[in-house]
Design a protein. Sequence first.
Length: 214
Amino acid sequence: MPSGIRVKICGLTRPEDVTATAAAGAAYCGLNFFPKSPRYVSPAVARDLALAAPAGLAKVALVVDASDAQLDEIVDAVPLDMVQLHGQETPERVREVRARYGLPVMKVVGVADAADLPALDTYARVADQILVDTKPPKGADLPGGNGLAFDWRLIAGRRWPVPWMLAGGLTPDNVAEAVRLTGARQVDVSSGVEAARGVKDAGLIRSFVQAALA
Ligand SMILES: O=C(O)c1ccccc1NCC(=O)[C@H](O)[C@H](O)COP(=O)(O)O
């Protein structure tokens, strides 16, 4: 990609979503294994989606406080390039998952205010990547994928010693401003490219990637 921005489209559920994500020029696709999510895919469905992904589109497994048994089942079934830990996983658990599966691990850190920022430094010491996402509001059904942005000024100019992604409430309309303000070189979206909750839209995926690269 000419601008060097790498885009992740998260929560794909259908083969046409994979086609649209690859055609738009995204670098990563996310497969969601959180059972309560409207974007959940079983390991069997995820395997077919992952096998449909062309070379160059990295497949990321999103899990929430998954046990070894759950992760074993996913990793055995699905050809993956990365694991995204989207729950309350401790730094020690990040280390364990990296060691057990030999896959890069991206740890999600939720941000609502400045008090959340030190955790980014903590996880940047143990994870291969960090994903800076909006902290879910109290009582939210889902720990992510809520389509809510945080105040990007909190991380403007911040850097970490590992690659990082910006997420949370990004859309084709606001992603360019988010990149400009934060300096992010990677962005992640789910709700902002959906026609309905859990249903990706090829046109929105294309618009999002184009806007991120602009
Ligand atoms: O999308 C879900 O349903 C979900 C469920 C449980 C944990 C995480 C989940 N989604 C995470 C994402 O899709 C993204 O990594 C990120 O939170 C941005 O989502 P959005 O604000 O919807 O763009």
